[in-house]
Design a protein around this ligand. Sequence first.
Ligand SMILES: NC(=O)c1ccc[n+]([C@@H]2O[C@H](COP(=O)([O-])OP(=O)(O)OC[C@H]3O[C@@H](n4cnc5c(N)ncnc54)[C@H](O)[C@@H]3O)[C@@H](O)[C@H]2O)c1
Length: 263
Amino acid sequence: MHDGRVVLVTGGAIGIGAGICQAFAESGASVSVADIDGDAAHQLADKLKSDSHRAVAVTGDVSVLKDAKRMVNESIESLGALDVLVNNAGIQPTASYMNAEQMDEETWDRIIGVNLKGQFLMAKFSIPHIRARGGGTIINIASVQGLQSQPLVPAYAASKGGSLSLTRNMALDFSDDNIRVVAINPGTIDTPLARGAARAFGDEEELLQLWGSAHPLGRIGTPKDIGATAVFLASEGASFITGESVNVDGGYMALGAWAAGTD
Ligand SMILES: NC(=O)c1ccc[n+]([C@@H]2O[C@H](COP(=O)([O-])OP(=O)(O)OC[C@H]3O[C@@H](n4cnc5c(N)ncnc54)[C@H](O)[C@@H]3O)[C@@H](O)[C@H]2O)c1
C-alpha cells in the first residue's frame, strides 16, 4: 500500500538514515535511498522492495554539486516526484577530534562540506520538485551539538549550528511555497558512527552504556526513534511547524551544565 508521497533520504543506507527510510516506507511512502556507499544503498533499497515497498537507490556525494543534482534527478526519474527531503548524511570522523588550533583546513572543509554544504545543495536541487507538488517538507538532521558543544569538535559543532540556522532561513524563504523546513537534534543514537566513536575512545559496549546512562531516560536512542519523529514532522499533524527543531535526545538537553559530574 503506497500513500503516493516520495521521500529522498541522504545517508539513507545505514544508521539513522536507514531508520528514517524504513519508517517512511512503513508509512506507505516511496523511498529514495541516497548514499555515497552505493552497495549499502542498493542493499537497503532491495530489502525495502522485497518487503513490498517502493524504493530506489541513488549514489553520490552530497557535498559535490553535480552529484547532488544527479541524485535528485535520478530519484525523480525513478519515482516520478519529490515531496520530502531528509538531509541526514553527516560525518564526524574519529580522527577529527581536536581543537581549532590543531585542525587542518582539509578536515574542516570536509566536515562542513558534507554536513552543511551538502544540506544546502540537496535542498537547492530538491526545492523546485517539492514546489511542483504544491509543497512538502525538508528535514535537516542536525544534532544536540548544534545547541551545546562537547570539547574538540569545532567543525562538527559549527556544521550542526549552521544546519539549525539554515533550517530557520529556508523556512522563511520557502513558506510561500508551502515548503516547511524543520530539524531534528538527535542525542546519542546507536549507529555505526556512534559505535566507531566508542571503539576509538575505549570499550565499545561499556562506552555506549555510559553514554546511555548520561541521558535522563537511561539509554541511547535508536534509528527507529529518529525515523518515527521524521515521519511525524512530514505529516499533516505537523502542518503548523516550520523553522523549528526537535530534540530527540532522551532528555539530554534538559540537563543543565550544573548537572555535569552528578549521577
Ligand atoms: N549517531 C549519533 O549519535 C548522532 C547524533 C546526533 C546527530 N547525528 C547525525 O545523524 C546523521 C546520521 O548519522 P549516523 O550516526 O547514522 O551516521 P553513520 O556514519 O552511521 O551513517 C551515515 C551514512 O551517511 C552516508 N554518507 C556519509 N557521507 C556521505 C556523503 N558525503 N554523501 C552521501 N552520503 C554520505 C554514509 O555512507 C552512511 O550510510 C548525521 O548527520 C549525524 O551527524 C548522529
